[in-house]
Design a protein around this ligand. Structure first.
Ligand code: SF4
Length: 723
């Protein structure tokens, strides 16, 4: 690369956007990033989608924040770092002294580097002694995590992207993979084009770019997915498409309230879950459910399931995740190349930094939980703090954290690398909480204004991805090193620097003594050693030489682990591989098939609010649009959130394409332009989530799954009128 490009310096990195984690090189001349190129030796084989390819533009965007800001009245005033950090430290100290440690909190992101998230977690849990540490992965993957932990005993997918190259059947549910994870979708398309009668089943109420390649698009009423998945299991048993030996050897039926159940009990529980009953409820064809089950269960063929926010962002998010796992467990389609459940992730480091690193309110690093005395003692020893330092009380998960800000229990909140003023459900409620008299909000951001930084008391300019160094971990347990390509713009600083500065000002400098991210990484390797995540052999030097490494990777010479659970012959993992095991996390080595009947979502349509409302992604934009709207080409592509509705709904409501319509729920309302679309489902309104000028989250529901505490962004009841 260097020879080809003269004076361009190329540093190794990874895409700043989605959880696919495409490897790339950043090309810089002087202090400017001038290009990116996909890494041909990484999993993405050199490919990037349009967002990744246009990454350089975000660094020099006109609304980059170049110096700290402190609120003065309704506006902001430029401040020095010392002044801004002094104010933040004083406010946090005062709140802790007056009201105790739980009066402060940290809200992080799946976009922070692992070292940054680790430092924040350590400072708040071991230094400030509060577990009020949560982050936006609570909004995107908490239900997937609970699904894995409950079913297999440990979090994170056991398979890898290579499974896409071996799958004969793809079951895609609650994911518009073509737009949200385009490089992975390309891999599915290639597999389909390669023959072998590959079948793609897409379950989605809407016709999408993903369903365009489907052999079967099963459109259903929002919230009926539990019924459909149970009906598929019913067909698998009824037609003998199950793996008796596998279930006998590796599966437990039920746990908790359903403990000690048998396979017969499970079959009995499915007796009434016929395709006809599910179809009547879901508004689809029973034959389609039967066909999907037959394709998924066909003997001798592999099946991979993919899902994302459509399943996770539900009040039954954990249950519906568990029902996907059930299909793999009863058919034994798991642990062989091409057969795996593979949840997709929205952010580039939600898996690595937050989920694995334990930066949620109930977690500690690498599989440990705050409620477990042994886990706390392990972390206290590793962190060099006195026994009893870490509180045994779980902190507040996201929605509760912002409710505590609303009711005054939480006085100070530090928000890093995320935009809750746009991304929270029922967002106006929490926007008010962030501006409540007596609440103190600190936001570290690369851009200003955002819908959160506009609410802050202090805004600290943060370095962007190519201006700093650290580790990102993507969907398939692959960790990448991002090298620094250029210096931060203006006075911006990496979040790790800012946190170390804050720690020193709060009297906890010894906890965060890091002069460079590499020092934090060395410490992180030790916290993972001996856990189920063990990547202690993943030194910075190895990461630098690699194109991403998959954990577990417990020693210097270890190759990394493509599949954590393996059945039979596997070309990638030898039979004597030390990480070959039964379902690793559970004492009996068996995975759990769960009994999960159909339940309504948190809100259903009625006479007052007769339409379903759902949200999703588009190819050209990402999350709250802060970065993608800073790219010229993307700003003009698909940037406005439109209210997509079915032609019959439009005709009934007297709405034409392009009309302004007001969409209201019991919580709030927003105005959009209407898009009358044949692919919309009758009775369902869809809006993309990326537009800061038209906030779909004014309408969405902040009810949460009782286990994962993940909110139900994907379903609520609305009415739609011409504006
Ligand atoms: Fe980036 Fe995701 Fe596109 Fe890959 S697929 S280039 S990670 S946005």
């Amino acid at each position: 690369l260097a020879a080809e490009d003269g004076d361009t310096r190329w540093t190794k990195s990874v895409c700043r956007y989605c959880g696919t984690g495409c490897g790339l090189y950043v090309g810089a001349r002087g202090d400017q990033v001038v290009a990116v190129r996909g890494d041909p030796e990484d999993h993405n084989a050199g490919f990037l989608c349009v967002k990744g390819a246009l990454l350089p533009q975000i660094l020099s965007a006109p609304d980059r924040l170049l110096h700290p800001l402190i609120r003065k009245g309704n506006g902001f005033q430029r401040a020095s770092w010392d002044e801004a950090m002094g104010l933040v430290a004083a406010k946090f100290q005062e709140a802790i002294q007056k009201f105790g440690p739980d009066a402060v909190g940290f809200y992080g992101s799946g976009q922070g580097l692992t070292e940054e998230t680790y430092a924040a977690n350590k400072l708040f849990k071991a230094g400030l002694r509060t577990n009020n540490v949560d982050g936006n992965p609570r909004l995107c993957m908490a239900s997937a995590t609970a699904g894995y932990v409950g079913t297999y005993g440990k979090d994170e997918p056991m398979g890898c992207y290579e499974d896409l190259d071996h799958a004969d059947v793809f079951l895609i549910i609650g994911s518009n993979t073509a737009e949200a994870h385009p490089v992975l979708f390309r891999r599915i398309v290639r597999r389909k084009e390669a023959g072998r009668n590959v079948k793609v089943i897409v379950l989605d109420p809407r016709r999408t770019a993903t369903s365009r390649i489907a052999d079967l698009h099963l459109s259903f009423k929002p919230g009926a997915d539990l019924a459909i998945l149970n009906a598929m299991a019913h067909v698998l048993f009824a037609e003998g498409l199950v793996d008796d030996a596998f279930m006998k050897d590796q599966v437990a039926f039920g746990e908790g309230a359903e403990a000690n159940k048998t396979r017969a009990d499970y079959e009995k529980s499915l007796a009434a879950c016929t395709p006809q009953a599910a179809a009547a409820l879901a508004g689809c064809n029973a034959e389609d459910i039967v066909r999907a089950a037959r394709w998924f269960g066909e003997k001798g063929r592999t099946a991979t399931s993919l899902w994302c926010m459509g399943l996770n962002q539900r009040t039954q998010g954990v249950w519906v995740n568990q029902l996907v796992h059930n299909l793999h467990l009863v058919t034994g389609k798991i642990g062989v190349p091409g057969s795996t459940p593979l949840s997709l992730t929205g952010q580039p480091n939600a898996c690595g930094g937050v989920r694995d690193g334990g930066a949620l309110s109930h977690l500690l690093p690498y599989g440990r939980v705050v409620a477990n005395e042994k886990h706390r003692a392990e972390m206290e020893k590793l962190w060099g703090v006195a026994p009893g330092t870490i509180s045994p009380k779980p902190g507040l998960p996201t929605v509760d954290l912002f409710r505590a800000l609303e009711d005054g229990k939480l006085k100070c909140l530090y928000v890093m690398c995320t935009n809750p003023g746009q991304s929270l459900p029922n967002v106006d409620r929490y926007r008010k909480a962030m501006r409540r008299e007596g609440a103190f909000l600190v936001v570290t951001e690369a851009f200003h204004p955002t819908r959160t930084s506009e609410l802050a008391d202090v805004v600290l300019p943060a370095a962007l991805w190519a201006e700093k160094e650290g580790v990102y971990g993507c969907t398939e347990r692959r960790y990448h090193l991002l090298e620094r390509a250029v210096a931060p713009r203006g006075e911006a600083r990496p979040d790790l620097d800012i946190l170390c500065d804050l720690a020193a000002r709060l009297g906890h400098g010894k906890l965060l003594p890091f002069k460079a991210p590499a020092e934090a990484w060395t410490e992180i390797l030790e916290t993972a050693r001996g856990t189920a995540y063990d990547f202690s052999g993943m030194t910075r030097a190895r990461l630098q030489q690699s194109h991403g490494l998959l954990w577990p990777l417990p020693s210097a010479g270890h190759p990394g682990t493509k599949r954590r659970y393996v059945r039979g012959e596997d070309p990638f993992v030898p039979a004597d591989h030390p990480l070959r095991m039964k379902f690793y996390g559970r004492p009996d080595g068996r995975a759990v098939v769960w009994f999960r009947p159909q339940r309504d979502p948190g809100e259903v349509v009625d006479a007052a609010y007769p339409l379903w409302f759902t949200t999703g992604r588009v190819l050209e934009h990402w999350h709250t649009g802060t970065m993608t709207r800073n790219c010229r080409e993307l700003r003009h592509a698909n940037a406005e959130a439109l209210a997509e509705l079915h032609p019959q709904d439009a005709a009934r409501l007297g709405v034409k394409d392009g009309d302004r319509v007001r969409v209201s729920s019991r919580r709030g309302a927003e105005t959009f332009r209407a898009k009358v679309a044949e692919g919309a489902r009758l009775g369902v309104v869809f809006v993309q989530m990326h537009d800061p000028d038209h906030l779909c989250n004014r309408v969405t529901h902040d009810a949460v799954d009782p286990v994962s505490r993940q909110p139900e962004f994907k379903i609520c009841a609305v009415k739609l009128e011409k504006a």
